[in-house]
Design a protein around this ligand. Structure first.
Ligand SMILES: *Cc1c(COP(=O)(O)O)cnc(C)c1O
Length: 665
């Protein structure tokens, strides 16, 4: 077999995100050159760019390795060329999101919303759905986190070397990078187009950062969720306006536009103008057509999650075009009216221009229905329902290979407990190794109960609830044979002083009481750290203020790996908790006083730890296996894996949103 051809095949695989979740690919690329592979966040494309021919030839000098590459390429080709057996229409579904969490080497996500978007594309690819993703490519991405001596979060932004990432330039007919022109006020902003292949789903990313643009417009795609309000609005104009232009370039007339959160809602205005110009429709006709093809997923009941702008700012950017189309500004203002009279809400605009709307768990949909029925006539009159499609996670990305194999080859009754426990302990060791490497210290013990808490440090998630009664906590942390250990990780939004205070409180508590070896904060939470944590801890603690956690997905990732959820009955957990697959926290649920609520919830957390979790974990048989614990782990995997995975979620999107829209139901 010819070296150049093998190299070309490896290069092709490395350019597709598929290789970041396919276990055989990961294994193979890491073996080609482990150092290079790990040097850039396990990014196979970087490896293939940097590797010398000599080194690659050495790897391919072994017959067995040649066979593996041939076999891998054949699996890859099959994957790319197979047809869907769940959906046969060729009608395109367009998916818009401000952030995508595809891999830790592409830092264009901040948290759960982004990771869900990434998983959505991966799942659509696995099911061969005709989906196209659109987003922005940020010069600096989301910030990286460092914590100083005193526990203060420092944010820094690395300029990302996009040349070494697995993205390509989208090309025009002359094989040059495609450039779009988007009109903003008097100016034509030039937008470059990039493309990432997520299996067979293309994701197009837009970028304004280059010298042909005036400096002000170069900044539009500088950072994810840029703080300056006017810049943020420009981001939310550039994404949807470029999307429509790009669809024209691709000669694509999608059947469905899926707005993932309200950030991309302004696409309805761009489509409105285009339809009125090109199809000679009047306002009402165009509005109807847009509504019939738009679906909207809302992700949070927390007001800060819903984007609003002053009407003046919207007027500034849209008045002229609206006037040109004979549309009164007041009419658009009304369609963007949320619960505050003075502000223009992108969620409101999305609601008014969508035929189908969903929340991301049953509870969240219920809560949203109640909140929105007083705001939107469309909801109170029953013209649009708020449906529930509970989130799921991409098992290829989040489930440990060994656990997947164990549960594919055995029914839950025939799982060998000792084998499962050994797999888990092995994953726990991997996590501990990572933590020790980062801390340069011999922290954590593998034979002691390890509780994980990792997510964005938004205040409603109450990262410091466990510190509510320090004496009681210190008692559990005493160095004895039933001691417990904690690991925390997560970023606070740069403007969120309270969230940053939570990080500091955790670090200072640990220092004050000399608990640095077992009460740990791990810096710079990202998808790589998340992958280690959701596989390697014993318990996944989640204690948000109900009902603010719309769904939550990290608990699903943990649970499918046999990590036991210990969680407030919020988001997805009420749909899964059955008394035998984890624990619930609900003592403070009906308490209105925030301090009392914290106290009651914390009390219950300590009690369950003292009376159930710790005794069960340390109750071992003659072979040192905690049989009852492993029984619960088996229950967790068996209830979570079949239900909270991305295929189930996408089938729900297909059946409840996409299909009815395509079939005009
Ligand atoms: C899954 C994931 C999240 C989501 O966490 P929840 O708080 O459970 O919704 C956030 N960040 C990263 C990096 C993740 O992988």
């Amino acid at each position: 077999m010819n070296f150049e051809l093998q190299k070309k095949h490896l290069m092709e695989i490395a350019q597709n995100m598929w290789c970041t979740w396919d276990n055989q690919s990961k294994q193979l690329f890491s073996e080609i050159d482990l150092e290079l592979y790990e040097e850039n966040l396990k990014n196979p494309y970087y490896l293939m760019q940097k590797i010398s021919d000599a080194k690659l030839e050495e790897f391919l000098s072994k017959n067995e390795n040649i066979k593996r590459v041939v076999n891998l390429f054949s699996r890859y080709s099959n994957y790319m060329n197979s047809r869907s057996n769940v959906w046969h229409s060729e009608e395109k579904i367009v998916y818009l999101s401000m952030e995508y969490g595809l891999h830790s080497s592409l830092p264009i996500y901040s948290g759960g919303l982004g990771v869900l978007s990434g998983d959505h594309l991966k799942g659509a690819s696995d099911l061969q759905l005709p989906l196209i993703g659109f987003g922005l490519l940020y010069k600096y991405g989301y910030f990286k986190q460092k914590i100083d001596e005193d526990g203060n979060q420092q944010e820094y932004y690395d300029k990302i070397d996009w040349e070494n990432k697995s993205l390509q330039k989208a090309l025009d007919n002359d094989k040059k990078q495609l450039k779009l022109k988007v009109r903003i006020l008097e100016d034509e902003v030039i937008v470059k187009v990039w493309k990432i292949m997520v299996g067979n789903v293309p994701l197009y990313l837009f970028d304004t950062d280059f010298p042909e643009n005036p400096p002000r417009y170069q900044k539009i795609t500088e950072k994810l969720y840029i703080s300056d309000r006017e810049m943020r609005l420009l981001q939310e104009i550039i994404l949807p306006f470029s999307t429509v232009k790009m669809l024209n370039k691709l000669n694509c007339t999608p059947a469905v536009y899926h707005l993932n959160e309200g950030h991309s809602a302004l696409i309805v205005l761009k489509r409105l103008f285009q339809m009125m110009d090109k199809q000679n429709l009047d306002f009402e006709q165009a509005k109807q057509k847009i509504t019939d093809s738009t679906v909207f997923t809302t992700h949070t009941p927390v007001p800060a999650g819903h984007e609003t702008y002053s009407n003046d700012l919207i007027y500034k950017y849209f008045a002229e075009t609206l006037q040109k189309h004979n549309i009164e500004f007041d009419l658009i203002k009304k369609l963007g009216k949320g619960n505050s009279h003075d502000l223009f809400s992108l969620s409101a605009l999305a609601v008014n221009f969508s035929c189908r709307i969903n929340g991301v768990s049953k509870l969240h949909s219920q809560v949203t229905r109640n909140l929105w029925k007083d705001i939107f006539e469309k909801i109170s009159s029953g013209k649009t329902k708020i449906r529930a499609i509970t989130n799921g996670v991409h098992s290829g990305t989040w489930l440990a290979d060994e656990i997947e194999r164990l549960f594919t080859h055995h029914s839950r009754e025939t799982i060998d407990k000792e084998q499962f426990w050994n797999i888990h302990q092995n994953l726990k060791r991997h996590l501990i190794e990572l933590v020790r490497e980062r801390k340069h210290k011999e922290v954590l013990q593998e034979d002691k109960l390890l509780i994980g808490f990792a997510r964005r440090f938004a205040t409603y998630k109450r990262a410091t609830l466990i510190l509510n009664d320090k004496e009681r906590l210190l008692n559990l942390l005493k160095d004895n044979d039933k001691t417990i250990q904690f690991i925390f990780s997560g970023k606070a939004h740069p403007a969120d002083e309270e969230g940053k205070g939570f990080i500091k409180a955790i670090i200072q508590f640990s220092k004050q009481h000399q608990l640095e070896n077992r009460f740990i904060f791990l810096e710079d939470y990202d998808m790589d750290v998340a992958q280690h944590l959701v596989k390697g801890v014993d318990v996944w603690l989640n204690n948000p203020i109900k009902p603010k956690e719309a769904s939550g997905t990290s608990g699903m990732k943990a649970g499918m790996n046999g990590v036991l959820n210990f969680s407030v009955l919020d988001g997805w957990w009420p749909e899964c908790y059955d008394g035998e697959n984890g624990w619930k926290i609900d003592a403070g649920e009906y308490e209105n006083d925030p301090q009392e609520k914290d106290r009651k919830d914390a009390d219950q957390i300590y009690s369950i730890l003292e009376n159930e979790i710790i005794p069960k974990y340390y109750n071992r048989n003659g072979d040192n296996i905690p049989e009852e614990w492993v029984e619960m782990m088996i229950n967790a995997v068996s209830t979570i894996l079949p239900q909270f995975n991305i295929e189930r979620m996408l089938m729900d999107y297909l059946n409840k949103l996409y299909k009815p829209v395509i079939e005009n139901d």
